[in-house]
Design a protein around this ligand. Structure first.
Ligand code: FMN
Length: 210
């Protein structure tokens, strides 16, 4: 029988060489992916920190405090079930607290509505914002900043202003008007802001601790 020898030394490298080059390639690939991942994580963390500060500054303007709003925070327990903590950010001028920003999630028409509420040390609302929601465009998105002044109605309000039992829709013997055709979103936000004020009253010492 004529033909090529089965092991032609000119074309077939030893198996260990193939294994070694595969391992080297895998090592380089892992290194490249690892470095890229570290850079990406760092960039995402940087973007998130900037975005957090931007949102916090929408509620408490930069000129109204002299501390680092994003860094000055306490983690307080959520008063529902579970062991989650909620961050509360504090604004200060010359060391004295001037505002606290609390987060709350309320259930709207289409899902959770995430709220941020800034209050002063007297418990009065400085500003309330919906920062994330899935309410229907054109119906429930009046809570977006710039789309309607509806969220401004909370500024200057507090737990006694109106009395807590009147923190509900006018149609339910409360003091707040709903947006017509969007009662569910309106009710959810009123409940969410009231919840923040009740929480702040219950955790006054931790929130305003020096
Ligand atoms: C497609 C669709 C989307 C809706 N989106 C919302 C919404 O985002 N927020 C809301 O409060 N109601 C929404 N509604 C209306 C509610 O079903 C409900 O009718 C309304 O909240 C009641 O408000 P009213 O008492 O002022 O009529 C939507 C209804 C439909 C059919």
């Amino acid at each position: 029988v004529t033909g090529q020898p089965i092991n032609d030394a000119r074309t077939t490298a030893p198996a260990w060489q193939a294994v070694a080059s595969l391992a080297a390639f895998a090592g380089v690939a892992a290194l490249v992916i690892g470095v890229a991942d570290a850079f990406t994580r760092q960039r995402i963390a940087g973007n998130e920190a900037r975005e957090l500060l931007r949102v916090l500054h929408e509620l408490v303007p930069p000129g109204s405090h002299d501390n680092d709003l994003a860094a000055d925070r306490v983690l307080l327990p959520v008063d529902g079930p579970g062991e989650e903590l909620r961050p509360v950010h504090r604004a200060r001028r010359a060391g004295a607290p001037t505002a606290a920003i609390l987060a709350s999630t309320t259930t709207g028409y289409a899902g959770p509505i995430r709220l941020l509420v800034a209050i002063d040390p007297g418990g009065q609302v400085l500003a309330a914002r919906a920062i994330e929601h899935q309410e229907t465009p054109g119906i429930g998105d009046f809570i977006d900043p710039g789309r309607s002044p509806w969220m401004d109605k909370f500024s200057g309000r507090a737990l006694g202003e109106p009395p807590v039992e009147r923190w509900r829709l006018r149609s339910e013997n409360g003091d707040f008007d709903a947006v017509a055709g969007a009662t569910i979103t309106s009710r959810a936000v009123i409940n969410g802001v009231r919840h923040v004020l009740e929480y702040a009253a219950d955790h006054r010492e931790e929130i305003w601790a020096p």
